[in-house]
Design a protein around this ligand. Structure first.
Ligand SMILES: [Zn+2]
Length: 331
């Protein structure tokens, strides 16, 4: 799924207005690793530097993928790092009624379709064979012929309009993504009844009054889908700031199972300092041994997203603000 530079992005939707309100929205599939700390720190610092609120939402929509105790562990880690959030923690597992109401609204607008295609059928399509695990499978414009055999409950998908979706990212600039071509009609409610991330995140961002979505660039490819749902529901569009993704030297994403222990072993102040440095900020060396709260105070006072503008990912081990190998968008 590609999100390309656009030369003509224009905003056709109302942009969220009002006092800055940001959020950090981890899924409880494991403890936080350094990449999640970067995402938490970036959204926290951007909110506080704007004098805004910073909320935490647990995206526990997918019980089979959740690890028992992971949500509590994430909250404890945030506390340990002095990343103090505002208000109550929102848990998506308690919000099914809101997602159902939004789905009903989309249905009334004829913006959904029932889909009987099985995952096996979709995975067999040539363009899905090379799709990385975890990415939404492409769905063709017409559903595939139903498989013989047992009837089963259908999934419900968003009817994607033809044409590119253009939006502006504060770091990456004007971007365009052709959802119809790249993903096709995407899932809103799975056949097992669980609501999909793309629907839930739109509903929650709107109901929490989120003005600014600051998150890792691994979610960049979801943004156009979320904008389509926002537009259809008549919801304001938040501003977007996608942070460089922390990857390993071989380009692989950090994982919660293999990369999380590191964050637990190192002193929080060191990790906080490293998260700031990863984001291109230049905290003074003597701050590395300070309490996390002091590190963040420096970070808020000196927060400058221009330092990572245009960068989608970077090797977590080799980071230096002047390193030449950053994956930077062509200007
Ligand atoms: Zn289908």
């Amino acid at each position: 799924m590609s999100v390309a530079k656009s030369s003509s992005a224009t905003a056709t939707t109302s942009i969220a207005d009002g006092p800055y309100r940001g959020r950090f929205a981890p899924s409880p599939s494991g403890p936080l690793h350094f990449g999640s700390l970067v995402a938490a720190a970036g959204s926290f610092l951007d909110a506080r530097a704007h004098g805004g609120e910073w909320l935490v939402r647990i995206e526990d929509l997918d019980p089979p993928r959740e690890r028992p105790g992971a949500a509590d562990s994430i909250l404890q880690t945030l506390e340990l790092f002095a990343l103090d959030w505002d208000g109550p923690v929102l848990r998506q597992s308690e919000r099914a009624a809101f997602y159902a109401a939004a789905l009903e609204q989309l249905r009334s607008l004829h913006a959904t379709r029932r889909c009987d295609c099985s995952r096996t059928q979709l995975k067999a399509l040539p363009r899905n064979r090379t799709r990385p695990p975890g990415e939404e499978l492409f769905h063709p414009p017409v559903c595939l012929a139903p498989e013989a055999g047992r009837p089963r409950p259908a999934a419900e998908r968003f009817r994607v309009p033809a044409g590119p979706v253009e939006f502006v990212d504060r770091s990456l600039g004007a971007l365009t993504s052709d959802v119809a071509q790249e993903v096709g009609d995407f899932v809103l409610q799975r056949r097992d009844g669980h609501f999909a991330y793309q629907l839930a995140v739109v509903v929650d961002d709107a109901s929490q009054g989120i003005t600014d979505v600051v998150r890792g660039a691994d979610l960049l490819s979801s943004t156009a889908r979320q904008i389509l749902v926002q537009r259809c529901l008549g919801l304001p569009q938040p501003r977007y700031l996608h942070l460089p993704l922390a990857v390993r030297a071989d380009g692989a994403k950090l994982s919660k199972s293999t990369d999380a222990p590191g964050i637990a072993r190192s002193p929080p102040a060191t990790q906080a300092w490293r998260a700031l440095a990863f984001l291109g900020q230049r905290p003074p060396p003597e701050l590395e041994g300070a309490a996390p709260r002091e590190v963040w105070a420096w970070g808020v006072a000196h927060w400058n997203p221009v330092m990572f503008a245009g960068i989608r990912s970077h090797d977590v081990a080799g980071w230096s603000p002047t390193a030449p190998d950053r994956q930077r968008d062509p200007q």
